[in-house]
Design a protein around this ligand. Structure first.
Ligand code: IPM
Ligand code: MG
Length: 372
């Protein structure tokens, strides 16, 4: 298969982790005889520095003329600490999502048995957890009308949803549930918010078309608690933009590191794949950022195009690296010698030699990750 892939590394650790995902995709292309063509473009704070615009026209053009987008991360502390900044890196990502119509953000969360002790949560609580979060991505409070009064003392963000916006993601969530444990949990705040009441009504109606799927409802505050108390109760979580943002960061604790969580953002026409983590500025350039979320995002990209064997091989490589503790310091208590690049090298090598199981650790630590 021939695929054009736009690579938007973005800010902070984005370039380091994305580089590993590209490396892994190149190994897959070699192994399975595909042609993947990568083109890079700037987004976020780096794009502001260069052009004044967090999403330059040429970046958007590239994304509109490609098969898929691999995204790194976005954000820079100089904007976080300046509430009066007129241009912000995050606007680049939000505009990209909106312009490409990426209305559904899918975030898989699972407890890896090999990492079960890395999570601050108890083993018996998280073991067996397997959740797919369907977060609405182009509506709600993120995109509603924003206003600040002239004296600067009052501000508002409108949370607005239409039936159409709810229906299209609800169908995706129910279809996903049909291929999983057949349960959808709608997370909302219908006891307070009018927009949540619309979600309940519309999703309840759609549920009638999916008789094999059970629908239940949870208020977001309760859902946040349930995620820690009993995450195994969830199968597919369907929720609006802001609640999905918050609950997915919380859910990442189950896996043991936010550095493991990948995501796919899809619409009618385009698809973008990105880790759920941020730009982690403190770690930039230190080689300590975990590339697995980015590498697993690349696996989701392959799934999207029906390349299931290829995606499965990446996941096998990831599982193996976790099992052998060839992991960055966020997961590795034994050594801080395994860098971002070394994790990528290991998974690349695994793809080149999937049958081989002997790993020369000393070589890995020397930066020669060849499997012997
Ligand atoms: C995410 C991020 C973004 C969001 C930020 C960077 C705008 O937190 O993808 O979860 O809030 O959607
Ligand atoms: Mg977030």
């Amino acid at each position: 298969m021939k695929l054009n892939i736009a690579v938007l590394p973005g800010d902070g650790i984005g370039p380091e982790v994305t580089k590993q995902a590209v490396k892994v995709l190149k190994a897959i292309a070699m192994e399975f005889d595909h042609t993947f063509i990568f083109k890079e473009a700037k987004v976020g704070a780096v794009a502001i520095d260069e052009t004044g615009n967090p999403l330059p026209d040429e970046t958007l053009d590239l994304c509109m003329n490609t098969d898929a987008i691999l995204f790194g991360s976005i954000g820079h502390p100089k904007y976080d600490n300046d509430p009066s900044a007129k241009v912000r890196p995050e606007q680049g990502l939000l505009k990209l999502r909106k312009s490409l119509g990426l209305f559904a953000n899918i975030r898989p969360v699972k407890a890896y048995e090999t990492l079960i002790d890395k999570s601050p949560l108890k083993k018996e609580i998280i073991s067996g957890t397997d959740i797919s979060i369907y977060r609405e991505l182009t509506g709600g409070i993120y995109f509603g009308e924003k206003h600040t009064s002239e004296d600067g003392n009052t501000a508002s963000d409108l949370c607005k949803y239409s039936r159409f916006e709810i229906e299209r993601i609800a169908h995706l969530a129910f279809k996903a549930a049909q291929n999983r444990d057949k349960k959808v949990t709608l997370v909302d705040k219908a006891n307070v918010l009018e927009s949540s009441r619309l979600w309940r009504k519309v999703v309840g109606e759609i549920a009638k078309q999916y008789k094999d799927v059970t629908l239940d409802f949870l208020f977001v505050d309760n859902a946040a608690m349930q995620m820690i108390l009993n995450p195994k109760q969830f199968d597919v979580i369907l929720t609006e933009n802001m609640f999905g943002d918050i609950i997915s960061d919380e859910a990442s604790v189950i896996g043991g590191s936010i550095g493991l969580l990948a995501s796919a953002s899809v619409g009618e026409k385009y698809a973008l794949f990105e880790p759920i983590h941020g730009s982690y500025p403190q770690a930039t350039g230190k080689g300590i950022a975990n590339p697995i979320a980015s590498i697993l995002s690349a696996a989701m990209l392959l799934d999207h195009f029906g390349l299931f064997d290829e995606a499965a091989l990446i996941r096998k490589g990831v599982d193996k690296s976790l099992k052998l503790e060839i992991t960055t310091p966020d997961l590795n208590t034994k050594t801080d010698m395994v860098t971002t690049t070394k994790v990528g090298d290991f998974i690349e090598d695994f793809i080149n030699n999937p049958g081989d199981t002997n790993v020369n650790f000393s070589n890995i630590h020397l930066g020669q990750s060849t499997i012997i």
